[in-house]
Design a protein around this ligand. Structure first.
Ligand code: GDP
Ligand code: IMO
Ligand code: MG
Length: 422
């Protein structure tokens, strides 16, 4: 059975940890969207690893990791990431990490254009990770991007690159930002491309043949549902489809090959970057930051925090077709006397069970809360459902009921072992 692990909130739900945990039973671990805007944390064997482009299955040496066609790939960033995890003792051989020749390349000027767009937006900036994600996906949609395969035809590539750099420089000089030359870009791209060349291949037949032959594929989502370009809090979103549907177009594996959808959410809610966040709460934010939690894995920014929002979960579970909920960070609520759950929104006196389409409505929405008693016990040592405090079980059951989905996993700590299977 093939599964996808997908984020149900605004990213950073703990997908990396769940993917690493589920990799034991998989043969292939595949990313299909996003780029190194992602930061997936895995803690195993007493070490902490943060993965950005490399699938979180890489810690299992005998498995094959794949960066699919739908990913936007920063070759320079990927080389740095490989070097970092190799220095931590992880092997990244060519046969362990395959990269789709159809993946679009994040060029140095894309990162600078990301900064230019943010500067142009001023107070309405998105709060991007500045990894060039939006501009690279824009070029892809605009049919002027570069795929890895294009870099093999040197002459054609260099000719087209000159034109693209000219366009980019026009925008960048308006904002007084760094401009580029063909030589300068090639000096950055060429060594990285050479380093990655043995990994680049047509991954689509590899995955489809593996599926036909009975291998198990685990799809690793990046970002989260409300950062999805179609379903998220547009325009405060990322530039890809983060939902389970995106896994198929992002990897070339047909939808019917994905039977299981693991939706990951925290026991509360967090968000990095700008945009509406209805259950945001200063008290819980201060509390979580105070105990050293909720700082971004990619940019180090303090994440905004709030209570669990089941209006979000109901919608993201429905659209993703979630079959199993993985609730992480339950232990983050261990010391709270009472816990609020948002069950609906009140917008101009009307009750809403699903989120509205327009960001402006989000800003006017008032959360309707139910308050549950906390458990005031340390859950980090629990390994079975029966070992969880009764109030923690009641909280999880209510969460699942309001999300209209079944519970599959509970996380009570960042370690691989701190996972309860239901
Ligand atoms: P991802 O982007 O969805 O992979 O999530 P991140 O790695 O960006 O952020 C999740 C954070 O929560 C990381 O620091 C994880 O180590 C941590 N984490 C994941 N699950 C749990 C859990 O159940 N309990 C605790 N305490 N930390 C967790
Ligand atoms: P993982 O995979 C949390 C957010 C940014 C910003 C918006 C757009 O670790 O869950 P972008 O750089 O993508 O153009 O930024 O999306 N964002 C994330 N937030 N986790 C992520 O990834 C994110 N990737 C992008 O903060 O608000
Ligand atoms: Mg993250």
């Amino acid at each position: 059975m093939n599964s996808i692990v997908t984020g149900l909130q605004w990213g950073d739900e703990g997908k990396g940890k769940i993917v690493d945990f589920l990799t034991e039973k998989a043969d292939f671990v595949v990313r299909g969207q996003g780029g190194n805007n992602a930061g997936h944390t895995v803690i195993a064997n007493g070490k902490k690893y943060v993965l950005h482009l490399i699938p979180s299955g890489i810690l299992w040496e005998e498995k094959t990791c794949v960066i699919g066609n739908g990913v936007v790939m920063d070759p320079v960033g990927l080389c740095e990431e490989i070097a970092t995890i190799e220095a931590q003792g992880v092997s990244v051989k060519a046969e362990q990490l395959l990269i789709s020749d159809r993946a679009h390349v994040v060029m140095p000027y894309h990162k600078e254009l990301d900064a230019a767009r943010e500067a142009a937006l001023g107070d309405s900036k998105i709060g991007t990770t500045k990894r060039g994600i939006g501009p690279t996906y824009s070029d892809k949609a605009n049919r002027c991007g570069f795929r890895l395969a294009d870099l093999f035809d040197r002459e054609k590539f260099v000719g087209q690159l000159a034109k693209r750099i000219e366009d980019a420089n026009e925008t960048l000089s308006k904002y007084g930002l760094e401009t580029f030359t063909v030589e300068g870009v090639l000096a950055q791209i060429d060594p990285a491309f050479e380093r990655l060349r043995p990994h680049i291949t047509n991954t689509i037949p590899v995955l489809n043949k593996a599926n036909k032959n009975g291998s198990t594929i685990l799809f690793e989502g990046a970002q989260g549902f409300f950062l999805d370009i179609d379903f998220g809090t547009y325009p405060y979103v990322t530039s890809s489809n983060t939902t389970s549907g995106g896994a198929s177009t992002g990897t070339g594996v047909p939808p019917h090959a994905i039977q299981n959808v693991v939706g990951v959410c925290k026991a509360y809610t967090t968000r990095v970057g700008e945009g509406p966040f209805i259950t945001e709460n200063q008290d819980i934010s201060d509390y979580l930051h105070g105990i050293g939690r909720e700082f971004g894995a990619t940019t180090g920014r303090a994440r905004r925090c709030g209570w669990l929002d089941t209006v979000l979960l109901r919608f993201s579970c429905m659209v993703n077709g979630v079959t199993q909920l993985a609730v992480t960070n339950l232990d983050g609520l261990d010391e709270r006397e009472t816990i609020d759950i948002c069950v609906a929104y009140d917008i101009d006196g009307k009750r809403h069970e699903y989120p509205p389409a327009v960001s402006d409505d989000w800003y006017r929405a008032i959360p309707v809360y139910e308050t549950l008693p906390g458990w005031l016990e340390d859950t980090t040592g629990c390994r079975k459902w029966e070992e969880l405090p009764t109030n923690a079980q009641a909280y999880l059951k209510r969460l699942a009921e309001l999300s209209e989905t079944d519970l599959g996993y509970v996380g009570i700590g960042p370690d691989r072992e701190q996972t309860i299977i239901l």
